[in-house]
Write a protein that binds this ligand. Structure first.
Ligand SMILES: [Ca+2]
Ligand SMILES: [Ca+2]
Length: 270
């Protein structure tokens, strides 16, 4: 198979409340466009072998399919506004990608990556955080199909024994609908008259990041001192408030998908 324009879905630059707690480098899969193919395909990013029976979904459209023996799949849903596409397969890191009509107009080949021994998959469902009150102009408003769970998401999950020489990252697979000032300035939000405070990410009660932009594979380094090994840990993501609505509280409606903990050897990164 001939491949052109291999490019990786890089984490968007995310402005933080704190400096130096996020990296932009690493990656959990990638998209490789083929010059000759006429079908979408999922492959193992390491071996390049097709991955069969992978679940491919457009959750906001209620569309689900599986790859065939050659790893091929069709997207049988019309995509105009940006929406989240996910690829799930046992033994692999959950992969998601914000796609639109342009990115799906040509066949895409998605490389997915096997999990590392200490990775923890926290959640692979899609969640709508907010209050179901949003402008038609807000980022991705047309895609909100899942009813809001309220202004925050929280989940407890088990952490095992993570070796001291491994760095720990929270990965947010995809997030859409953030209407911060930065999202507006970057053209992600069309709301002219208002913007919201950024969603805040808490790990065991400590704020570790603010999310100013929508995008895929946002990686947040978790200070090792916050991680409780061999214990239950807690992740919380709170939606920001509309800073221009004083008459009542209006939380920014957002959707996110695929939350997991990734561990990386500090040596291997050099
Ligand atoms: Ca709202
Ligand atoms: Ca929003």
């Amino acid at each position: 198979m001939e491949k052109h324009n291999l490019y990786k879905i890089c984490a968007l630059t995310v402005t933080l409340g704190f400096s130096a707690v996020m990296t932009f480098a690493a990656i959990n899969g990638n998209v490789e466009k083929t010059g000759t193919g006429d079908y979408n395909q999922v492959i193992d990013s390491h071996t390049q072998a097709p991955v069969s029976q992978a679940d491919v979904a457009l959750p906001s459209k209620g569309y689900h399919t599986r790859t065939d023996d050659e790893g091929r799949f069709n997207l049988g849903a019309k995509i105009d506004a940006p929406t989240i596409m996910s690829v799930q397969k046992d033994g692999y890191k959950p992969f998601s990608l914000t796609v639109d009509g342009t990115s799906t107009s040509k066949p895409i080949v998605i490389g997915i990556e096997k999990t590392n021994p200490h990775d923890i998959i926290i959640d692979t469902d899609m969640y709508h955080i907010g209050d179901d009150n949003y402008s038609e102009n807000s980022a991705n408003a047309g895609e909100f199909r899942v009813k809001a769970i309220g202004p925050f998401y929280t989940k407890n999950f088990k952490v095992g024994n993570i070796p001291p020489n491994e760095d720990v990252y929270l990965v947010i697979g995809s997030v859409i609908g953030i209407d911060t000032k930065m999202a507006r300035d970057m053209g992600q939000s069309k709301v002219k008259t208002a913007y919201a405070a950024p969603p805040q990410v808490y790990f065991n009660g400590n704020m570790i990041a603010e999310l100013n932009l929508n995008g895929d594979n946002q990686q947040i380094k978790i200070p090792r001192g916050l991680v409780k090994p061999n214990s239950t840990n807690q992740l919380t993501i709170k939606s920001g408030k509309n800073l221009f609505q004083m008459a009542y509280i209006d939380y920014d409606d957002i959707e996110l998908m695929n939350l997991f903990i990734e561990t990386k050897s500090q040596i291997a990164q050099e």
